[in-house]
Every structure is written in structure tokens, then in C-alpha cells.
Design a protein around this ligand. Structure first.
Ligand code: TRP
Length: 440
């Protein structure tokens, strides 16, 4: 089975080099690997936890969408969407909230940092803490588990959240799985070489520290000015410098080639001045970023095109999320009261619908010479339509597999997706067919 890789970027700011190095670049690289299915999204619900300025959230969504596309993301290859376009995510968030212990959330870094800061200032522990912030890791778990991601590329600061997602998934599987693994347990993936990029002041590069290096914003001029503000030690030109632990060197190395890095380190040890070192860092960054910046500017100028791309991504994401949520609702006891999805599950043999009320598979060849199958409801409505196959056997094998394995196989099959697939209905039809197959 292919590996699912998923990551998100919170839409509160203008993308900076830390976002690029820690999240965007590894995600784009992973999306090009064979056997990988990538889900990349704008975490705009998460943005509301940190920011109550609508204009800023809106602007940031635009900039971040343009950034990812400019950095080489191919929206045909990957599922690229906005969190807020997927209503199944907040719904799953609630199912997960109900199995998450409050004690686990008490230990979350983001909340603890706020509580500690309050205490240090003699404030009440929870002053200014919203439930959004407190439950932040649950929403993040919903993002990840909704798509059963195997790997989650993130910065080191997010690793705890992935561990919490595993905890929550384990608990849910245990409570509701009845022996099935409803959720895959996700694994954090950190690029060790550049796990946490330091900012201008040497602390982690982060919007919250106001120490970031903008990725594209402001162009070459802002880039040069920002690099000149990176804090270095006070060694003079000619004095040997230790490249280890220097923020400037780490920023340089994050985009430099291996040769450039080696030369840079050697020159610093031999006494290269910090001024020179900054000029070299600027040149390396500019060489790497300029071509992407050009694509970025072009995309920002066409927001309607960006909107279309995101809506296309949302349709692809929901083709996965809608049927899976259906399964989860059933697992917790929120399925339909009757019918193939309802409590009749347990008494299926008595309830199996008569053959003339069942959906059916049809296989056929079209004028293009290719072979197709479709799943048609009793009223003739097409529930599922395959793409064309070279041979009739391929179509036949998929039909057999979907009949025996049900919805999961249907989703894996090369079917024409489009916005129209009602996965809930497909699942109901397949379950009815399976009930009949089991009887007959
Ligand atoms: N919390 C992440 C951050 O601030 C963003 C995010 C939200 C995310 N949901 C996610 C990352 C799911 C990975 C997977 O960087």
C-alpha cells in the first residue's frame, strides 16, 4: 500500500525560511517520491487559535497557497486543500475530543508555555487561554487521522503533537475498532539536518519570536537587510570563527550545496569576516529563492486561479474524508437507525434486500476501445464510474475486488472522482451486495 504523507501550515503570517526548510521543502520532495500519496493543507482553523484579525488570516492563506505552488507543489499529484473546506475535520475533531483525556492536553507544550508565562507574571494560570489553544492538539490529530497519514513532516517543536495524535488514535482504535485498526498510527518525520532553523537572534525561527527571514516578501532588498540583522559573535575579520552553533551558518547551510557549505565553514575557521559571510549567505539565498519568488508574484496576481486549485483539492480530500467519516460515525454508534448501515448490521441475513433492489456492477467497452465498469443504483443512477482500462480483465478484477473488499477497494480503484461521488451511498450499496454474497 502507498505511504500517505501529510502536513499543514498555519495561516497566520507570511511564509518564512523556517517554514520552507522545516515543512514545505520536505513535503514537496516527499510528494515526488514514488509510492507516496501526499496531503498538504492550509491549517486555517488553527490560525483562528492564534489570530483574531480576519484580514491577516485571509491574506496569509493567499500567500501560503501561492508559496507552496511556487515551491514546486503539483496540485495534480498531491491533494492540496484548505482545512476549512473539509467539514469532516471539525466533525472528527469532536469524536476525538470525546476520547481525549484532559490530562493529556494539560501536558501540551503550547498550553503549558502559556500557563507558565502566566504564573511567572503572577497571573491566574489560565488567563487568556482559550479552549481552542487548550485543545489544539486534538484538532491537529483530526487533521492527521482523517486521512490516515503514515508520515507527518514537521519541525521538532511539533513532535509532541504527533505523539498525542498516536495516543488519541490508539485509544479510539481500542474503544471502537472491534479488532480493526480504524486509524493508522502516524509517525513524525523530521529532516535531521535542518530540524529547527534558528532565527535572526539564534532562537528557533518563529513568527512568535519576530525573528524570521521572509521567504519571498519584500524581494532581494528585504532579504539582504534581514540577513544583515542576523546576530553573530563579536569576532573580528581575521580571527578564526566556529561555524558550529552560529545562526548565520545554519541559515546559509539550509539552502547551500554540500560544496558551498564545506567552503564556507573552512573560510570562517580561517578568519572570514562576518560582513563577508553575510554577503555570501545573501547570495546563496538569493540564488536559491529568486526563481521561486518570480512564480510566487505571478500567482499572487491571480487569486481566482488559486481559489480553483484549492477547491479542486478539497474535492479530492473529501472523496477520502466523507466515506471514512461515515465508517467512523458507525463505529461510535452514530450510523443510520435502519438500512444496510444501521443497527440491522448485526442481523444482516434477515435483512438482505431482494436482488431487484440492489445496485449492480456493469462492465462494457466503449468506442475508444477501452474497458470500463460502473456501479449503478437500482434506479439507474451511476454511483461509481471507472476510468478506461486496456483490458477487460483489469476491469473485471477491480469489480471482483470491490465486491469482496468493499469501500476501501472502491476508493483505491481508478474511478473518475469528480465532486459527484456520494461515498456514503456507494458504501451502503456495497454493503448490501456483500450481505447478499454472504448469504448466497
Ligand atoms: N500545528 C502545525 C504548526 O503550527 C500546523 C498543523 C496543523 C499541522 N495541523 C497539522 C502540521 C497536521 C502537521 C499535521 O506548524
Amino acid at each position: 500500500m502507498s505511504q500517505r504523507v501529510l502536513t499543514g501550515v498555519t495561516t497566520t503570517g507570511t511564509p518564512h525560511l523556517g517554514n520552507y526548510v522545516g515543512a514545505i521543502r520536505p513535503a514537496v520532495a516527499a510528494s515526488r517520491e514514488a509510492g507516496v500519496e501526499s496531503f498538504l493543507f492550509l491549517a486555517d482553523y488553527h490560525a483562528l487559535i492564534k489570530c483574531d484579525d480576519p484580514a491577516r488570516v485571509a491574506r496569509s492563506r493567499l500567500e501560503i497557497a501561492a508559496t507552496w505552488l511556487a515551491c514546486g507543489l503539483d496540485p495534480e499529484r498531491v491533494t492540496f486543500y484548505r482545512q476549512s473546506d473539509i467539514p469532516e475535520i471539525p466533525e472528527l475533531n469532536w469524536l476525538l475530543t470525546c476520547v481525549t483525556s484532559k490530562g493529556l492536553m494539560n501536558r501540551a507544550h503550547a498550553y503549558k508555555a502559556a500557563a507558565d508565562a502566566n504564573q511567572a507574571q503572577g497571573e491566574e494560570e489560565d488567563a487568556g487561554v482559550t479552549l481552542g489553544l487548550f485543545c489544539y492538539p486534538v484538532l491537529m490529530a483530526a487533521d492527521i487521522l482523517m486521512f490516515n497519514a503514515h508520515r507527518v513532516p514537521v519541525g521538532r517543536d511539533q513532535v509532541q503533537h504527533i505523539e498525542m495524535a498516536r495516543d488519541i488514535a490508539t485509544r479510539f482504535n481500542h474503544l471502537y475498532g472491534q479488532g480493526r485498526e480504524l486509524f493508522v498510527l502516524p509517525q513524525a518525520q523530521i529532516d535531521e539536518a535542518v530540524a529547527t532553523l534558528p532565527g535572526l537572534d539564534g532562537r528557533k525561527m518563529s513568527k512568535s519570536y519576530d525573528n524570521t527571514l521572509p521567504l519571498f516578501h519584500g524581494g532581494a532588498k528585504v532579504l539582504r537587510e534581514t540577513v544583515s540583522r542576523i546576530v553573530t559573535d563579536s569576532r573580528l575579520p581575521g580571527e578564526p570563527k566556529d561555524p558550529e552553533g552560529s545562526a548565520l551558518v545554519m541559515i546559509h547551510d539550509a539552502v547551500a550545496t554540500a560544496d558551498e557549505r564545506a567552503a564556507f565553514h573552512a573560510d570562517l575557521r580561517a578568519g572570514l569576516g562576518w560582513g563577508e559571510a553575510k554577503a555570501r549567505t545573501t547570495a546563496v539565498l538569493e540564488g536559491h529563492l529568486a526563481p521561486m519568488r518570480e512564480r510566487y508574484e505571478a500567482l499572487l496576481a491571480r487569486p481566482d486561479e488559486l481559489e480553483d486549485i484549492l477547491l479542486h483539492g478539497a474535492r479530492k480530500a473529501r472523496a477520502v474524508a466523507t466515506p471514512f467519516l461515515h465508517t467512523l460515525r458507525e463505529a461510535v454508534g452514530l450510523g443510520r437507525l435502519s438500512g444496510p448501515n444501521g443497527s440491522s448490521r448485526t442481523t444482516a441475513p434477515n435483512q438482505a434486500a431482494s436482488a431487484d433492489k440492489l445496485a449492480s456492477f456493469k462492465q462494457y467497452r466503449q468506442a475508444d476501445g477501452r474497458f470500463y465498469f460502473k456501479l449503478a443504483a437500482p434506479d439507474g443512477a451511476v454511483l461509481l464510474q471507472s476510468q478506461g482500462f486496456e483490458g477487460g480483465r483489469d476491469a473485471g478484477q477491480w469489480v471482483a475486488r470491490i465486491r469482496s473488499e468493499g469501500l476501501v477497494a472502491a476508493q483505491a480503484a481508478p474511478v473518475a472522482l469528480g465532486p459527484g461521488v456520494d461515498w456514503g451511498r456507494v458504501q451502503a450499496a456495497l454493503q448490501a451486495l456483500q450481505a447478499q454474497d454472504a448469504q448466497g
